[in-house]
Ligand binder design. Structure first.
Ligand code: NOJ
Length: 570
């Protein structure tokens, strides 16, 4: 690996942190988080060690889908601040070496967006074709809706023009017609605009939906393969900013996901969340058996060298379990969300991780250590660093979108307003800021916050995990995942025990391979190596090439194998 590559393809070495400005910190005391608050917390994020900040939608919005219903793609919601403050936030982040990516929601707009208001005025309005219409009654599409608690069809009748418009999500989120070249041009302008203001890339919302084949208009159709649309967006992005990237939300089986990386060419999304691996991890946690996760890792398709997976345990949506079989999903429900008010849409859980794992600190740390050690890039959701839990009484997915808990001061230090003016109430009872907050945990040596900070620091020194070749190591304990990520001249071995029973395993450690010199007829050669315990850190002796690892209940260890004469060897 060349040192230049790690900074060039920065998303392969990043630690991502997602937050919603609205619930992070309220600087002006109106009850809603804002850009001023985020700027104030940039040193906090830097201290935590994250390297990429993913901002959830900050655009003007009626806020019926937490900002994913946008009325102006070029604006900043005045409740959060203005363009000037956003540019300050980006600059403050860049000064600390943190990149900023923004949610890019191009599958749909709000029904209050001026384009849609125009489009529904008449069938010959110039914006009509910005959306997808049909003039005959739609077939039954109730199995295709994303939010079955609120919608029964992906088509909604429009009284005025007596046609139906397509909406894959809520009916107030009409789908944009990506087959219309004017829409595609507009999408590029939006991307260009935010790059110009300093944004480093995008988390692209609902990618398979905006490429779906039902988006054709009478005048135009998608240019052949819908993936050409994604390729043209990627090439525009790179023309405008060579280091910019796109991290896509593509919750599809692995074989279908590969196409969204651009297959062998790697010319579409640079990065995708690993939804399949995440769901397999929860099944493994539920069973205390690493097999499902192991199988998922082995089933990951090989991806282009410039592409990467993003690993995560939670995000702002329900914990979706839609890729598991019905009985597997039931196992996870039984283990982590048996009550009806914990479940959502029949496919997921409206909970955060610590409560699902019964608040057991050993298990919670093991889960994060595991997620951070998986090949790819770790992504955290705000509040995970202190073990925030959900507010089960909040409506739907809002359960996991409560304000950040900074201290045990009123409103958890999030805002100085009256509680009734808060954008959302803080988690009550056992999960309240009185019990769980940043201020306390920063000063407690053994807190989750300090653990996560150490974990981030460690992960940032382990490029093998973002760049290396993964292999699953043979060992007899079903509860253990032992995997290895290799680069020429260095490797990481990570070992995680998912069960409450202690276990000791023997791992046979293969030699490292050297960097191949150009023109070297013999190819890579094995090199003498040593083994270092990275949580120590100290050297570990192997016996006849065997590494003996004793893991307590929910124990975890990370080792580095490095050349014996490497200057980093202790
Ligand atoms: C996916 C987002 O993660 C979710 O929060 C949103 O509701 C839908 N896309 C629609 O934008």
């Amino acid at each position: 690996m060349q040192i230049t590559e790690t900074s060039d393809l920065w998303w392969k070495s990043a630690v991502i942190y997602c937050l919603d400005i609205e619930t992070f910190l309220d600087a002006n005391g109106d009850g809603s988080g804002d850009l001023g608050g985020l700027a104030r917390r940039m040193d906090y994020l830097n201290e935590l060690g994250i390297t990429c900040l993913w901002l959830m939608p900050f655009y003007p919005s009626p806020d019926r889908d937490d900002g994913y219903d946008i009325v102006d793609f070029y604006g900043v919601d005045p409740r959060l601040g203005n363009h000037g403050e956003l540019v300050e936030v980006i600059r403050t982040a860049h000064d600390r070496g943190i990149r900023v990516i923004a949610d890019l929601v191009i599958n749909h707009t709000s029904d209050k967006h001026p384009w849609f208001r125009e489009a529904r005025r008449s069938k010959d309005n110039r914006y009509r074709d910005f959306y997808v219409w049909r003039d005959t009654p739609p077939p039954d599409t109730h199995t295709q809706v994303v939010f079955p608690d609120k919608e029964t069809s992906v088509w909604q009748f429009d009284e005025r023009t007596e046609e139906w418009y397509l909406h894959h999500f809520y009916k107030y989120q009409p789908d944009l017609n990506t087959s219309n070249p004017d829409v595609r041009r507009e999408i590029l302008r939006i991307i260009g605009f935010w790059l110009q203001l300093g944004i480093d890339g995008f988390r692209v919302d609902a990618v398979p939906y905006f490429l779906s084949s039902d988006k054709t208009s009478p005048s135009e159709s998608m240019p052949g393969d819908p993936h050409l649309v994604l390729k043209s967006i990627r090439s525009f992005l790179e023309r405008r900013k060579g280091s910019a990237m796109m991290l896509g939300e593509v919750n599809l089986p692995y074989d279908q996901q590969l196409a969204y990386f651009g297959g062998e060419a790697g010319d579409e999304l640079n990065q995708m969340f690993d939804f399949v691996g995440m769901q397999a991890a929860y099944l493994s946690f539920a069973r205390e058996d690493a097999t499902p996760l192991k199988e998922a890792l082995l089933a990951r398709p090989p991806i282009h060298a410039t592409c990467a997976w993003a690993n995560f345990l939670r995000n702002h949506d329900e914990l979706t379990l839609d890729k598991l079989s019905e009985s597997e999903r039931q196992e996870v429900f039984d283990a982590f969300g048996p009550e009806e008010n914990m479940q959502l849409y029949g496919r997921g859980l409206k909970r955060r991780l610590p409560s699902m794992l019964g608040g057991d600190p050993r298990r919670i740390r093991m889960a994060y250590s595991l997620m951070f050690s998986l090949p790819g890039t770790p992504a955290l959701y705000y509040g995970e660093e202190i073990g925030m839990i959900e507010d089960l009484e909040a409506e739907g997915r809002m359960a996991v979108r409560t304000p950040m808990q900074w201290s045990d001061r009123p409103n958890g230090g999030f805002s100085t307003t009256e509680p009734r003016h808060l954008v959302q109430r803080l988690v009550p009872d056992g999960g309240s800021p009185e019990h769980i907050n940043v201020a306390r945990q920063r000063h407690e040596g053994d807190s989750l916050w300090n653990f996560i900070r150490d974990l981030i620091g460690l992960r940032r020194t382990c490029n093998e995990l973002g760049w290396g070749e993964v292999s699953i190591l043979d060992q007899p304990a079903p509860s253990v995942l032992a995997h290895r990520c290799d680069l020429p001249g260095a490797a990481i071995i990570a070992v995680h025990n998912l069960a409450s029973e202690a276990v000791t395993i023997d791992l046979s450690v293969d030699a490292l391979t050297s960097e191949t010199m150009e023109g070297d007829p013999d190819g890579p050669k094995p090199v003498p190596f040593v083994c270092v315990d990275l949580w120590g850190p100290h050297r570990v002796e192997l016996e006849n090439g065997v590494l003996r690892v004793a893991l307590p209940a929910y124990g975890y260890r990370w080792f580095r194998i490095l050349e014996a004469d490497d200057l980093d060897a202790p």
